[in-house]
Design a protein around this ligand. Structure first.
Ligand code: SF4
Length: 65
């Protein structure tokens, strides 16, 4: 599973980071750090990554395969 981040959509409120702090994190400037950007997500992190993507209010995180 991959999840793509559309940075143009992301508004940095961090709902994804609340749900899945090991996968998504906000830096000091409110920029989202997505641990698996451009990568396949390891099995053990997939549920958390998908749950975080599901709560994004602007659909900036999309499953991509
Ligand atoms: S929930 Fe969506 S808009 Fe908010 S920080 Fe995460 S990706 Fe960005």
């Amino acid at each position: 599973v991959r999840i793509e981040l559309d940075r143009n959509r992301c508004d940095g409120h961090g709902m994804c980071a609340d749900v899945a702090p090991g996968v998504y994190e906000l830096d000091d400037d409110g920029e989202l750090i997505y641990r698996f950007e451009g990568q396949e997500i390891p099995d053990e992190d997939q549920d958390a990554a998908l749950a975080g993507a599901a709560v994004c209010p602007v659909a900036a995180l999309k499953r991509a395969g």
